[in-house]
Design a protein. Structure first.
Lengths: 481, 809
């Protein structure tokens, strides 16, 4: 008989093997896993909080995040401020700005810049949306506008990192990685987290791979970049001068040899490698099939406003729908042109011209195909823009702004046609129902059946979670019951 | 079951175990024996667990550090730990109870039934029980039992193991050893002494070819060269040991070890480990991710390992080389360490905010690299689990406040950035070209304040002076302001055991795939206590006594019997997410299979191809990369031009390290972005890795060069030519002779491919011309000879993709 302490450790180890599947013993451990059921011994599962997922019935299966990188102005899109119009060109009241962080306007005189576009009340709900977004106006009853977003980071790079990973410190998993780690993929021949980037507009914001990285989670869960021009995925093409038959015979030989290896044959990593090699081979046909949009109708292409595979945001929205159909869990589309320190009107016309129609059509298209009810769509950037004027360019612009900005949500149980939260009369501070980035994260996880407080991974001595250490809340008010 | 990659693996794993006949008869016997033993143990354990004996506690002495602290830290410290601001009921459990708490009978030594703590953990009343239900933490019955047993035994506290004073343990005397020949290496004595059931769990020694491969990769990051394979076959001949036997102990491994330790490739291998820790990269990391000047620092690290610079000097040079009068130019280059952090050159950064970010970054990295502690947690509040206060975080930051950052915010969107202070040094490649490097330069220290909740806008916090955390302090207070050099020297003062333990443990992990303490990034109370504390302390003492001699430490480890054991077929995932308590069960499986690091994967293929260029140092090099990979970068837009000539085939350690878009082959195989400290790399297993192995032009080029250079050495009239070539390719790629069955597969692949290439001469020529390297006198080769090379190219591709090729067993 082993001494008590040793017994406990052995049992703990075996439990972990059985439940985490770290075992290579196959049937031996599985049988033991059944023996050592959680109830029998009351083991707590501190190590792997995935064991208890989902925590509650999920209300969506997947997420499409339309990420407007650079920080779109809330004051020209979703947050109408007549008082700001009245104060146009007047000094910005110091009561708003004293002691506040500031980016490019450091050391400059601060004056108000009124809204640059007209707003209209739209749909049955009468939501106020700027006229520069005519297609979004038409889906006003489908979207929930959050007018009280807040973030902590005033420069692009750390603000992106906060929006995607919950902290501005590099090295944490992005939300798509968290979600795939927690829930797994529903797709057999594509990665569960796919990122697409669109061009068009102006000198674009850089965007780091960190934004879809898996941080300390295994690389299985990182976002995979798909390219709408050239090879859709790196190394997806057979080597020059070789064909699919050759590739297949190569793969068969490799897997045969893997199974013969006296050292590797019984290593579970080998079995995994064999599976991944087969998956890679499948991707070599599933990816071209995904990218081939010849089966789409002219109406659909027109709806997205794309001219075939043109790399536009519209084309990427179409691909997002195709990815959703194939069960990809987290789809993120970056449009990188929303940083308008100057020439705001000019660039807003361009960006809205590129993004408005496809974003709205995506809602319609998903609904038509029965996918809207289990897809969450998120539209927005890493922050908003100052109510203050910035003069970088031929005409007026706005600087980065973190104390109040807008995003919208649609799909699943999101209550369309409602606005949530408010900024003050100048659009500076979120004053009613402020929504921090971590609240958005908590809500996304909630919709997927995950309690953000119980979904943790031990790392560096902490039980880390996407929403971090500060309290975060689920926005129940924006959800149908 | 949920369809995660993990569960997929398990299903497949089970399938493989059941369906695939074990090929190697001798191996099969061993495996079956082990399976049998495992299963017997399961039954035995199941009995002991389900029996009623748990409460009849065995009288084995519990250790606070090993058995209790991890439990309390995880379940209790958040509210009853070091963080004074979050402490509930004024109770702290990380240190012995104060008199008030003793009076309140929270813990009564030897009397669990009289202890309030026990009442609380055993209560079912939601408002009374501990941990509180809303904390999401629970104690299992066995864990409650452990706590009670600890109190019964007297509730003794111990200093935390990693910073407790270091007393050199006495090497145990070991009389017997059940399996295989036994060395007198002290490491083995410690391991065996602590072994519970060595006859069951100790592994047989690795086969000679396996061990050769392990030693070569572990010491140089490179596979055995043809000369190493020849050496081994001679050794085997001499000792008349058959290559497939499990013996082979008369082989003169020490001579091989000495050769490899003396090879300049040793420094390149060790540098990868160190560069991950100090987050060395060639770009700034934030926003525009512009290039910065750091390569001479990387070369200095490689050289320092090769020159076997003692670890204390190595560290002092990096932290404060600019302050050491006789350190000269090398000291300045080494001091680039302080400049490696991520910086931003984005328009609109607020200097005060970014000085605070940089300051915190330096504290995080310093404390992770040398102390193995997550001091970064104390930026906004006292540490939750370790006795490090927020004030101490800023006191550490104050050590770095003298670094000249006056130029930091002047650079614009240019690449490379200008980040003065910089200096020119001579490139090691040609001895004349100038290279730039950022260096440390000391000026009047900035004022460092405690930032309440880490908020840089809040100036109400106290001004602090440089000081090391109290828990680790062993020095008298000094009158004058202490410097970075004082900090560096403090790491190596007598009775300062933490640095030695942290580093020894990490070096151990380089050669075993796991540390004696498995949490390589956290040696605080939430970290994993070492499975063999005496061994770890002995190694640390020995290392200090040797004068922090790194090569000697490595030699000691790889000369151990434990290092030479065969790997179990059961690979255990330690890459992340496990917070094990000491787990002796696993610890006896000394060697676990380890997938090669990304750089070694690349280097090994280039070496097989004969393309590898062993020149050392110099500016970063650029392997082929997919078009458009840098299209997400801007300010300024970046283009990528693959290096030409020998630079295309340099070792992976010299690859241009773009933090935001690391070379996709390296990234796919888990090389870190080096934005933050990486103490262990993930080991993922992904389809995109397989796409790299299948289709990356670097690998295709290496495969055809490998095929051609092997093929060309054979006389076309050689008897059984295809078989001979296949044998040779296999031997070089896998570092062992192929079995007949394996050769059959290779030959079948060869025949299939040559038949296809015969039908497609144009495509064949395209395939044979992939990459910059071209087959000499290609035009003079007959059609059939070309078909042969191309078909062998496919065989070589298959060899590069095998799990055995990319894994150390």
């Amino acid at each position: 008989m082993q001494p008590l302490v040793e017994n406990l450790r052995y049992a703990e180890l075996l439990r972990r093997r059985a439940f985490l599947g770290h075992s290579a013993l196959g049937f031996g451990a599985s049988a033991l896993g059944t023996l050592l059921s959680q109830n029998a011994l009351g083991w707590t599962a501190n190590d792997d909080s995935r064991n208890k997922l989902p925590h509650h019935p999920p209300r969506v299966k997947r997420v499409i995040f339309l990420y407007m990188s650079g920080g779109p102005s809330h004051l020209e899109t979703f947050d109408y401020k007549p008082e700001l119009a009245r104060l146009n060109d007047q000094p910005m009241p110091e009561s708003f700005t004293a002691g506040q962080p500031i980016a490019q306007l450091q050391g400059q005189k601060l004056k108000c810049l009124g809204p640059q576009f007209k707003f209209s009340r739209c749909g049955k709900s009468g939501q106020e949306i700027a006229d520069i977004l005519p297609y979004t106006q038409k889906v006003a009853d489908d979207i929930c506008i959050i007018r009280s977003m807040q973030t902590d980071q005033i420069n692009h790079d750390p603000a992106h990192t906060l929006m995607n990973t919950g902290t501005s410190i590099s090295g944490r998993p992005s939300m798509g990685s968290w979600i795939n780690y927690g829930l797994g993929s529903e797709c057999e021949n594509l990665p569960g987290f796919i990122v697409l980037t669109s061009l068009g507009g102006r000198n674009p914001q850089p965007i780091s791979q960190r934004q879809w990285g898996s941080g300390f989670l295994p690389g299985e869960y990182q976002g995979v970049e798909f390219y709408s021009k050239g090879d859709a995925v790196h190394y997806i093409q057979n080597p020059a001068g070789t064909n699919r038959d050759q590739q297949l015979s190569l793969i068969e030989s490799v897997n045969h040899l893997n199974r013969l290896s006296p050292l590797a044959a019984d290593d579970p990593q080998t079995s995994a490698r064999i599976a991944q090699l087969e998956m890679a081979f499948k991707m070599q046909s599933s990816v071209p099939e995904l990218m081939d949009i010849s089966d789409e109708t002219p109406e659909t292409l027109a709806g997205y406003g794309c001219q075939g595979a043109d790399g536009s945001f519209g084309y990427n929205c179409l691909l997002a729908r195709r990815l959703a159909e194939r069960g990809v869990r987290f789809i993120q589309l970056y449009h990188r042109d929303w940083d308008h320190h100057g020439d705001l009107v000019h660039y807003m016309n361009i960006c809205c011209g590129l993004c408005d129609r496809p974003s709205a059509f995506l809602i319609d298209d998903l609904r038509q195909r029965g996918l809207l009810e289990d897809t969450l769509i998120i539209w927005g950037g890493e922050f908003g823009r100052t109510p203050m004027f910035q003069g970088k360019g031929k005409t007026a612009g706005r600087d980065h702004h973190i104390k109040g900005f807008s995003m919208w949500l649609a799909g699943g149980p999101i209550r369309g046609g409602m606005s949530y939260g408010e900024t003050d009369e100048l659009g500076y501070n979120a004053v009613k129902d402020p929504v921090h980035v971590r609240d958005l994260h908590a809500t996304i996880l909630h919709l997927l059946g995950i309690d953000h407080e119980r979904f943790t991974v031990p790392y560096q001595g902490l039980d880390l979670r996407l929403t971090g250490v500060e309290p975060a809340r689920v926005l129940h008010n924006v959800l149908t019951t | 079951m949920r369809n995660t990659p993990y569960t997929q693996h398990i299903h497949r794993g089970v399938e493989t175990l059941r369906l695939i006949p074990l090929f190697h008869p001798q191996y099969a016997i061993v495996c079956n024996a082990i399976v049998f033993c495992w299963m017997s143990m399961h039954i035995l354990l199941a009995h002991s667990i389900f029996g009623q004996n748990i409460s009849k506690a065995n009288q084995e002495k519990l250790s606070f550090n090993r058995d209790i602290r991890p439990l309390l830290a995880d379940r209790c410290f958040a509210c009853h730990g070091p963080d004074a601001n979050k402490r509930a009921a004024e109770l702290r459990l990380d240190v012995p109870l104060d008199s008030t708490m003793q009076e309140r009978k929270i813990i009564v030594a030897a009397q669990p039934e009289a202890s309030e703590l026990v009442n609380r953990i055993e209560s079912h009343a939601p408002e009374f029980t501990m941990p509180p239900p809303d904390s999401g933490k629970e104690l299992s019955p066995v864990e409650r039992e452990l706590l009670k047993e600890w109190i019964r035994q007297g509730a003794t506290y111990e200093d935390h193991w990693s910073w407790a004073p270091l007393n050199r343990p006495i090497q145990p005397a070991v009389e017997d050893h059940a399996t295989g020949p036994f060395s007198t290496n002290p490491i083995d004595a410690f391991l065996t002494a602590q072994s519970l059931a060595p006859s069951v769990l100790n592994r047989s020694p690795a086969e000679p070819y396996t061990l050769l491969r392990r030693l070569c990769f572990d010491l140089t990051g490179l596979p055995p060269a043809a000369a190493d394979l020849d050496w081994l076959s001679q050794q085997i001949e001499i000792s008349r040991v058959t290559p497939n036997s499990f013996a082979g102990d008369s082989i003169d491994w020490n001579s091989l070890i000495d050769r490899k330790l003396a090879s300049p490739a040793f420094g390149e291998r060790m540098a990868i480990w160190w560069l991950d820790l100090v987050r060395y990269a060639d770009t700034v990391g934030y926003h525009g991710d512009q290039e910065h000047h750091a390569a001479p620092y990387r070369d200095w690290v490689i050289r320092a390992f090769n020159d076997n610079l003692p670890f204390n000097t190595f560290s002092e040079f990096q932290l404060a080389g600019d302050l050491i009068p006789d350190a000269g130019e090398l000291g300045k280059i080494a001091s680039a360490y302080n400049r490696l952090l991520q910086t931003s050159h984005e328009g609109g950064v607020q200097p005060k905010e970014y000085l605070a970010k940089y300051s915190a970054d330096r504290v995080r990295n310093f404390s992770q690299v040398w102390l193995g502690l997550t001091v970064g947690c104390a930026e906004c509040h006292d540490h939750k689990f370790d006795p490090i206060t927020q004030r101490e975080f800023y006191q550490l930051a104050a050590f770095f406040a003298d670094l000249d950052e006056t130029q930091t915010f002047k650079g614009g969107d240019t690449s490379p950035t200008k980040r003065f202070p910089e200096m020119d040094v001579t490139s090691p490649l040609d001895g004349s070209t100038k290279m730039r490097v950022m260096v440390s330069s000391s000026i009047e220290p900035r004022v460092i304040r405690v930032l309440p909740r880490g908020n840089w806008l809040d100036e109400s916090g106290d001004i602090v002076q440089p000081q090391v955390p109290e828990i680790l302090s062993n020095s008298e207070a000094r009158l004058s302001r202490t410097t970075r050099l004082d900090l560096a020297r403090w790491l190596f003062e007598e009775n300062q055991a933490l640095t030695a333990r942290v580093t020894v443990n990490r070096v151990w992990a380089l050669f075993f795939g796991r540390g004696l303490s498995t949490s390589l990034e956290d040696y605080g109370s939430q970290g994993t206590p070492p499975s063999h504390p005496e061994l770890l302390d002995w190694l640390a003492s020995e290392w200090i006594a040797s004068g922090w001699d790194i090569k000697q430490l490595v030699r000691m480890i790889v000369q151990s019997d434990a290092y030479r054991r065969s790997t179990p077929f059961a690979q255990i995932d330690h890459s992340f997410g496990s917070r094990d308590q000491a787990v002796p069960f696993e610890a006896y499986l000394y060697q676990t299979p380890r997938r090669l690091p990304a750089e070694s994967l690349r280097d090994s293929m280039l070496q097989h191809a004969g393309l590898i260029d062993f020149r050392r140092g110099g500016p970063p090099v650029r392997p082929y990369q997919p078009d458009g990979y840098y299209s997400h970068l801007n300010f300024p837009p970046r283009s990528y031009t693959a290096s030409l000539g020998g630079d295309q085939y340099r070792r992976g350690v010299y690859t241009h390290w773009q933090r935001q878009f690391l070379h996709p082959m390296l990234k796919n195989f888990d090389a870190p972005s080096r934005e933050e400290c990486t103490a262990r790399r993930n080991l993922s297993n992904t389809p995109t890795q397989m796409l790299v192995l299948l289709n990356d032009p670097s690998l295709v080029e290496a495969a055809r060069a490998f095929a051609w250079s092997t093929w060309i050495r054979f006389d076309p009239n050689t008897e059984q030519l295809p078989r001979r070539i296949a044998e040779q390719l296999w031997l070089l790629a896998l570092s062992r002779p192929a079995s007949d069955a394996e050769l059959e597969v290779l030959l079948a692949l060869y025949q299939k491919q040559i038949a296809i290439f015969r039908e497609h001469p144009e495509e064949r020529n395209t395939f044979l011309k992939t990459g910059q390297w071209q087959i000499p006198h290609f035009d003079t080769l007959s059609e059939e000879r070309r078909n042969e090379v191309a078909a062998w190219g496919f065989v070589a591709r298959s060899l590069f993709m095998l799990n055995e090729s990319i894994t150390l067993y």
